[in-house]
Ligand binder design. Structure first.
Ligand code: ZN
Length: 238
């Protein structure tokens, strides 16, 4: 009987210790965004709630995808202006033929398009923007990521040489590097990607690589734009 009482006493004591008291804060003082620990912000709300902060954070990052963007949260479409006659123009990154398309390649998605070139061929920025990443990576070799004003990013990989550094401002057509075969690559080519908030989208959706021009002046992006169905296979063109 005594033991039972003791056990009950201890279990009540333990319950009291484990149960957290609930507090409610009724302050209306806003926390300045600068003082928030950026790394701890809920990543799924990151870009939607704090777009300027996301840009600032992304520009400081060297990661391929620093945005933590949750595609399922994109309920509306976003319209990106790709080009107009006054503010933004377009230039082909390289005039080489497409030798491999965007899509599934075995168990992985080939997240860009491959353009055939020779070592030392020029590679140009596709749109105006700011260099967010310029470095060497094991897979991409020498690569550059440019962030454009509409939020789109373009990536240029396997370069022999890079002529721009982080935070450089570039324009459509600026010479940014020379083509090569650095990193995980079996022959000289330009691996070219287009990404929005860190997620790859097929560049052929809006760039015509046969006619060397944009297919349209603006691009509607919605959740399905990022889908890569199993039927979409990366094709080797020759
Ligand atoms: Zn590739």
């Amino acid at each position: 009987m005594k033991t039972k009482k003791m056990l009950r006493y201890f279990s009540i004591l333990l319950l009291g210790l484990l149960t957290k008291p609930s507090f409610s804060f009724s302050t209306h003082t806003a926390v300045p965004i600068d003082t928030l620990d950026k790394a701890k912000i809920d990543s799924s709300l990151f870009n939607i709630k704090y777009p300027e902060l996301a840009l600032d954070y992304a520009m400081k990052s060297n990661r391929l995808n620093p945005y933590g963007f949750e595609v399922s949260l994109l309920v509306d479409s976003i319209c990106l202006t790709l080009t107009d006659t006054v503010h933004c123009s377009f230039h082909m990154p390289n005039l080489g033929r497409v030798n491999s398309t965007f899509g599934w390649r075995g168990r992985r998605v080939h997240s860009g398009i491959d353009l055939q070139l020779h070592w030392g061929d020029t590679v140009n920025a596709a749109f105006d923007g700011v260099v967010r990443v310029s470095k060497y990576g094991r897979g991409y070799g020498n690569y550059i990521i440019i962030r454009h004003e509409n939020g789109l990013e373009t990536l240029y990989a396997h370069l022999q040489k890079r002529f721009v550094v982080k935070n450089d401002t570039v324009h459509a057509g600026t010479l940014i590097g020379l083509g090569g075969s650095t990193g995980r690559s079996t022959g000289a080519h330009l691996h070219f990607e287009t990404r929005f908030l860190g997620r790859p989208i097929d560049p052929e959706l809006f760039i015509d690589f046969q006619q060397n021009r944009l297919k349209q002046q603006s691009l509607f992006i919605h959740a399905e734009t990022f889908d890569v169905p199993r039927s979409k296979r990366s094709k080797r063109m020759f």
